[in-house]
Design a protein around this ligand. Sequence first.
Ligand SMILES: Cc1cc2nc3c(=O)[nH]c(=O)nc-3n(C[C@H](O)[C@H](O)[C@H](O)COP(=O)(O)O)c2cc1C
Length: 189
Amino acid sequence: MDLQECIVKRRSTRNFSKGKVINKDTIETIIQAGMNAPSAKNRQPWKFLVLSDKSKLIKILYEKYDEIKETKDPGSLYTTTKCIENCSHIILVFNNQLSTYYHDREFRRHRWLADVQSIGACIENMLLTCEALGIGALWVCDVFYADREIVTEYNRTDELIAAIAIGEKASTKYSKKYLVEFGQAVEWL
Ligand SMILES: Cc1cc2nc3c(=O)[nH]c(=O)nc-3n(C[C@H](O)[C@H](O)[C@H](O)COP(=O)(O)O)c2cc1C
């Protein structure tokens, strides 16, 4: 599959085949692709925690949903958790640069923004590699509802940026709803 086709065809997978395991070599290939992303000052701020056993994470997310559902908007937390239940692996992606955010507030903010963008580029490389390999993937930020619990459970000192669910696609959809037309998104001077 050429790159342009891969970019156009990539869609979020929310329907994974239960019990289908993606092998370790393939997961390493996906992470290597992520690590080839550009990063601000080449800091490579990413750190990955690959969960083969995702049961604890899923439990934390369902418990958080039960805890908050009556008092605040749980958004898509429940549906996202349901979607990732059948995936093969979940990769938690962390920012390893927290200890470097010294100096003044503006410096910290700029550096943090650059590191988060770098990690976004890394995640997109991973998703495109999944697509090229015919593997399903879902970029998940609903983990933020339970970020403190997750960081505690896995003894992390770094900052949780996202999770990526990976697994065999149980179904494929290629249609995309564009909320913003090309002409509205792009201005030329
Ligand atoms: C930063 C980010 C966070 C996301 N978090 C979630 C999530 O928690 N749950 C989910 O189902 N999809 C999540 N998505 C996937 C988006 O909903 C999806 O990319 C969007 O609807 C466009 O669909 P497509 O990926 O199929 O093109 C996230 C995507 C991004 C970029």
